[in-house]
Design a protein around this ligand. Structure first.
Ligand SMILES: C[S@@+](CC[C@H](N)C(=O)[O-])C[C@H]1O[C@@H](n2cnc3c(N)ncnc32)[C@H](O)[C@@H]1O
Length: 468
């Protein structure tokens, strides 16, 4: 980070705005909103500041800044229309260790002013470190629409109950769970719809009941998607942000793991081909144990938990042991890889159905219904099929699929490292031998693959396309 975001308490503290124009007026207004005592230093004032000075809302010193001692100010904003003067002000302030902001010149001062969303006491601040104020404003506009106006009232309500909640719950974990429950449940909804009394009554009730049986945690079996974090669902993201602990394996992309709450405990349970860091039974038991300790556990899986993800096995154990859980679907690799490589899985002209199968080798073979997979007008997607590709090619041809049937391999689909290899059944092994794709790689077989040439649209930093 180039800047440390902080929120400064300037209540009743002397703050100087140097400059008398519109920009200075906007800055003075912000300082006033934060209850600073504002002095504007400028030989003359524009209309807005002049009115404020006449009303006694600000103090006006009708002088050049060089005639005014800067000592004693808690904060200075250089807002003249002269860049050289602004830099001189910054230098004087720095020499006196006074925080200084220079408008339109983030490098000259010691702090910058973010774009803010004010739902006091809730304030969200956005900064691009001066790189792009327009982008900061755009992000702010999006946040404005995401943060209901009622968040201010919610903030006030929680402030009033903070002490009591602290007394009611001994640990930080318990308190956090309680607040999560309140801020995302019916209390918050009542506040947003303006029913404050009702909200408070429900909060009182929750405070009594939650303390009675609030010790059991919960497991969220979350589909993390194929790699691009933008493909997470809102719910997945929300639960990831609430997790006390995240249990994840190899397939979860680092960029997705990044989205989990920063101070959540991270437990890696591995699972590489034939090299299991932890056995499935141990993972199942671990999830139940963590939840019974009262933790909110995110079990983060690549893709969708219910598609070749053993999600069913994991929640089976939880259900048996009475541990509450939720399952959050994710974008499965077939869907992600197909869209990001421009290969529609179905198409009116080429494929009327799509089949997902596992290409996992067991004792050197695959126990699949090859006769069915060899039927025309369909797309077949092989998960975990990279090692077994020679078997796939051999069996499809042996069961009557033409040797020129298009086939695509997508490595690390949807990420910046995505690689797409296309060819047909007769030449794909040669390409694979040459290019050595690595897991995770998804295999798609069918006429639809030929559309890749025309429909491919995704370009990441290191994406690559190879044709046999
Ligand atoms: C154990 S399965 C898990 C599938 C996951 N539950 C899903 O719904 O995508 C692992 C296989 O999924 C495929 N896979 C998962 N993510 C992928 C990605 N980003 N790119 C290509 N293939 C991927 C690979 O075939 C990999 O061997």
């Amino acid at each position: 980070m180039d800047f440390l975001p902080v929120f400064l308490d300037i209540k009743s503290r002397p703050c100087a705005v140097i400059g008398g124009g519109d920009v200075a007026a906007r800055k003075a207004k912000l300082l006033q909103a934060a209850q600073g005592q504002v002095t504007v230093i400028a030989p003359t004032l524009g209309k807005t500041l002049k009115t404020q000075a006449e009303n006694g809302e600000i103090t006006h010193l009708a002088k050049a800044y060089s005639q005014v001692p800067l000592e004693g100010y808690a904060l200075i904003i250089a807002a003249t229309d002269d860049a050289v003067v602004n830099r001189q002000i910054a230098e004087s302030a720095r020499q006196r260790n006074i925080p200084v902001n220079v408008v339109d010149n983030p490098d000259a001062g010691s702090f910058i002013m973010p774009s803010i969303i004010d739902r006091s006491p809730v304030i969200a601040a956005v900064s691009t470190g001066g790189a792009s104020p327009v982008l900061a404003r755009l992000i702010r506009a999006r946040l404005e629409s995401l943060i209901p106006a009622g968040y201010g009232r919610l903030g006030e309500l929680t402030a009033r109950y903070r002490k009591r909640v602290k007394e009611a719950f001994q640990t930080i974990g318990e308190r956090r769970r309680f607040w999560d429950h309140i801020l995302q449940g019916s209390v918050a909804e009542r506040v947003f719809s303006g029913h404050m009394e009702e909200a408070e009554a429900v909060l009182e009730k929750e405070l009594r009941e939650f303390s009675a049986d609030g010790s059991m945690g919960e497991v969220y079996l979350v589909g993390g998607g194929p790699g691009d974090p933008d493909l997470l669902t809102f719910r997945a993201l929300r639960l990831m942000q609430q997790a006390d602990v995240v249990v994840y394996d190899r397939l979860v992309a680092p960029a997705v793991l990044e989205m989990v709450r920063q101070d959540a405990e991270r437990i890696y349970v591995g699972k590489e081909r034939d090299r299991h860091a932890m056995h499935q039974e141990e993972i199942n038991a671990l999830l139940a144990k963590l939840a019974k300790e009262g933790k909110r556990v995110v079990r983060l899986k690549g893709g969708d938990p219910f598609i070749f993800g053993r999600g069913g096995e994991e929640i089976d154990t939880l259900a048996e042991q009475g541990v509450p859980f939720q399952v959050i679907p994710g974008i499965t690799a077939a869907s992600g890889c197909a869209t990001y490589s421009g290969i529609p899985l179905t198409h009116r002209d080429y494929a009327q159905s799509v089949t997902f199968v596992t290409g996992h080798l067991k004792d050197g073979s695959m126990n699949l219904n090859w006769h069915q997979l060899a039927q025309p007008h369909q797309t077949i997607v092989f998960y975990m099929g990279l090692m077994g590709l020679p078997v796939i090619v051999e069996q499809l041809i042996a069961h009557g699929v033409p040797e020129n049937m298009p086939i695509a391999l997508v490595q690390q689909g949807t990420t910046h490292m995505q690689r797409v290899f296309t060819g047909n059944l007769s030449n794909i092994l040669e390409l694979v031998e040459r290019e050595q794709p690595r897991p995770p790689t998804l295999i798609m077989v069918g006429e639809v693959v030929q559309l890749h040439e025309k429909l491919s649209w995704y370009k990441g930093k290191n994406t690559d396309r190879q044709r046999a």
